[in-house]
Design a protein around this ligand. Structure first.
Ligand code: NAP
Ligand code: F7E
Length: 326
């Protein structure tokens, strides 16, 4: 296999760490981009730091000159943009920062590729949050979202990602760049950030057990338990990103399991698997409800199944067990 070079942004995050592993195993040189931090946040990639093909580079998406220089210097075969302000709740509190990183930052990359490395294939991390409160309906009444579903985002995060998604489309059609977007539904893993609901639940369970099930242990505070999400495993989803850039032509794909579960179901199953009852430990906190909510997500991955040959390997139950470490 010929050696390729890929720039990956967001390597301190969940997906960036898994994708870096996959690319290194596939004989790539990975230009691993991270923004400066005053504290060490490399724990998800510690095991990669001694690999000579994993080249750590300082890079902030919001700084155009740095983005251009990185692209010009490495002229990579592939560029995976996984960096983002990725928390939907935070996007209501920091809408301008979210837009700066998630939309203007992506425009910086597109401009950099256009001017300095037009052969580079770009993967942009789009999201099911772009569908917001919209869905399509099958004849039997089943609701789903796929590539044809109209997008109606419900958060500054979703709006910023949709603007970036549209920007990618313009650069693809207007400048003939190989640029595509994966419309990924929620995906989790043991490396998921602690302020996303799945990891918040799993972390609480582990900490509670570690406390010796102390009666003084604080309750688990949660917001909307009725929301439905299509949850898959991050390892399956980074494989789909790579597959998209191995195609002859750039296309956007929905990546999802096709199954949906409520937050309540995730909570119940996680607690049940360690013989705990959520009713004894969970408190609903009105402050954790969002100003606008996405109530129902269920992706239809038929196009990715047929065109890429991609299928998820990890079930909902398998995901919970992997996160619990059991
Ligand atoms: P994550 O764990 O929150 O990681 C986000 C990464 O972006 C971190 O490495 C973060 O660095 C970096 N970053 C933030 N602002 C930056 C900036 N200005 N310049 C450079 N780097 C910056 O997110 P993830 O779950 O891996 O998701 C990866 C991508 O997929 C994101 O774009 C997310 O929006 C999108 N997405 C995720 C899901 C999902 O369910 N996980 C679904 C659809 C789409 P720090 O460590 O310094 O904060
Ligand atoms: O919320 C509800 C919350 O923050 C899921 C990101 O990766 O996936 C993720 O966005 C649901 C929501 O993920 C709490 O209201 C209840 O309905 O885990 P989450 P998200 O908002 O779906 C998409 C696809 C992305 O692109 C994003 O980057 O759970 N919920 N109680 C709670 N959520 C949180 N965070 N915390 C709670 O206490």
């Amino acid at each position: 296999m010929t050696k390729k070079t890929a720039i990956v942004t967001g390597i301190t995050g969940q997906d960036g760490s898994y994708l870096s592993e996959l690319l290194l195993q596939s004989n790539y040189t990975v230009i691993a981009c991270r923004r400066r931090s005053s504290t060490n946040n490399l724990e998800r990639v510690t095991h990669l730091l001694d690999d000579p093909n994993f080249i750590l580079t300082e890079f902030d998406l919001t700084d155009p000159s740095g983005v251009y220089q990185t692209i010009q210097k490495y002229q990579p075969d592939e560029f995976y943009n996984l960096a983002a302000q990725s928390h939907v709740g935070t996007s209501f509190k920091q809408p301008s920062t979210t837009f700066e990183i998630n939309t203007v930052g992506v425009t910086n990359i597109l401009e950099g590729i256009r001017h300095y490395s037009p052969h580079t294939k770009l993967y942009q991390a789009s999201t099911s949050e772009m569908f917001g409160r919209n869905y399509s309906t099958e004849t039997d009444g089943k609701r789903y979202q796929n590539e044809k579903t109209e997008m109606l985002p419900q958060s500054p995060y979703g709006i910023a990602k949709l603007a970036a998604h549209n920007m990618v489309e313009i650069y693809r059609s207007g400048y003939n760049l190989f640029a595509c977007c994966g419309i990924l539904f929620n995906h989790e893993s043991p490396r998921r950030g602690e302020n996303f609901v799945t990891q918040k639940i799993v972390k609480w369970i582990k900490d509670y057990i570690a406390s010796g099930k102390s009666p003084d242990f604080p309750k688990l505070k949660l917001g909307n338990l009725a929301a439905h999400r299509d949850w898959g495993h991050a390892k399956d989803y980074v494989r789909a990103m790579w597959m998209m850039l191995q195609q002859e032509t750039p296309k956007d794909y929905v990546i999802a399991t096709g199954e949906t579960h409520s937050v309540q179901e995730f909570l119940d199953l996680a607690f049940k698997s360690v013989q705990l009852n959520p009713e004894d430990h969970v408190e609903i906190d009105p402050d954790l409800f969002r100003p606008a909510e996405v109530e129902y997500l269920c992706g239809d991955p038929t196009f990715a199944n047929n065109d890429l040959g991609w299928n998820p390997q990890v079930s909902f139950e398998g995901l919970i067990q992997d996160m619990l470490g059991s």
